[in-house]
Design a protein around this ligand. Structure first.
Ligand code: NAI
Length: 304
């Protein structure tokens, strides 16, 4: 197996002062990357801030002979995002890799959920992805190279009780990624997403203790390291990962059924009559070329 190295590459990892992000920072630095360790140092609901989270990770990297610098900005503002990229440029001259990882939770079921809890969670996960990715993408486009990982969640992809704000934010990240993968294709910018499950302060009271112990963040790290490496040529893919299980998941479109030749209005009764074919996921495919690809499904019916 040839070793995956990052010599000469500059990586930014948001929320790298704890949990999953810390493991990415340590692994990339060990493999030769120069790392910007961003962390606001907030509590898990996003309140408070402290520079010590990022500093501790930077100290650990430097003590092991690696190169790293801390940044304490919040990802949730345009100024914060620009300053995170500036930290990379000022210290290391460029940006090759961005891992959008910073995250908070403010869980409530819908009727208890406040506007502030909605806004706060979307600000960190979704707006935060925009605020940091945009200035990083500018550099990547100029140099025609970039590797970006977004952090989605099973809650976003499939739903999870009490997390509607978090789920909306995490699925929003997928829409953002899918369009950037189209826009960034000709600049060799590859963007992918992971949906991890791992022991961290975000999950300490959610996962049963015996399972919590086995779900080490270090099981997520190798997938992320591969995705941000030059070897990775895939883009716009989503991966579930937990405890050594790595599995692609996707938004698919089924073959469906074409009713009425595109020429007559369809009454609801015909929808009812054809429901089995409409709801079926048979003969589905992953859409990789954007929403225009949906027209491919119509061509066989439109051509005669
Ligand atoms: P964690 O709470 O251990 O780490 C998140 C880090 O983000 C913290 O160090 C925090 O200070 C930082 N942060 C929070 N808001 C910030 C902001 N505005 N700007 C900069 N930094 C900020 O959490 P964990 O578990 O490591 O989560 C990492 C990512 O993985 C998050 O996006 C989370 O939503 C996602 N995730 C985690 C899962 C898990 O099982 N641990 C499951 C699904 C997704």
């Amino acid at each position: 197996m040839s070793e995956i190295r990052f010599n000469g590459k500059v990586a930014i990892i948001t929320g790298a002062g704890a949990g999953l992000g810390k493991t990415y920072a340590l692994d990339l630095a060990k493999r030769g990357a120069k790392v910007v360790v961003n962390d606001l140092g907030s509590s898990r609901d996003g309140s408070g801030s402290s520079s010590s989270a990022a500093d501790i990770v930077v100290d650990e990297i430097i003590a092991k002979g690696g190169e790293a610098v801390a940044n304490y900005d919040s990802v949730a503002t345009i100024e914060g995002g620009e300053n995170i990229i500036k930290t990379a440029l000022d210290n290391f001259g460029t940006v090759d890799i961005l891992i959008n990882n910073a995250g908070i939770i403010q869980d409530k079921s819908l009727l208890k959920l406040t506007e502030a809890e909605w806004d706060n969670v979307l600000a960190v996960h979704l707006k935060g992805a925009f605020c940091v990715t945009k200035p990083a993408y500018k550099i990547m486009k100029e140099k025609k190279y970039g590797r970006v990982v977004f952090t989605t969640s099973g809650a976003g992809l499939y739903g999870n009780f009490g997390q509607s704000n978090y789920s909306a934010a995490k699925m929003g990240v997928i829409g953002f990624m899918n369009t950037l993968a189209l826009e960034g294709a000709k600049y060799n910018i590859k963007l992918n997403a992971i949906a991890p499950v791992a022991a961290s302060r975000l999950t300490e009271d959610v996962l049963p203790p015996e399972i919590f112990k086995k779900m080490k963040p270090e099981f997520i790290t190798p997938l992320v390291t591969y995705l941000v490496s030059e070897d990775n040529q895939d883009t716009s893919a989503i991966f579930n990962c937990v405890s050594g299980w790595y599995s692609r998941t996707a938004i698919v479109c089924a073959k469906g059924i074409f009713i009425g030749n595109g020429e007559r209005a369809i009454p609801a009764e015909e929808i009812k009559e054809n429901w089995a074919a409409i709801i079926s996921l048979e003969e589905n495919k992953v859409i990789t070329k954007g929403s225009v690809e949906l027209f491919d499904f119509l061509v066989p019916f439109m051509s005669d």
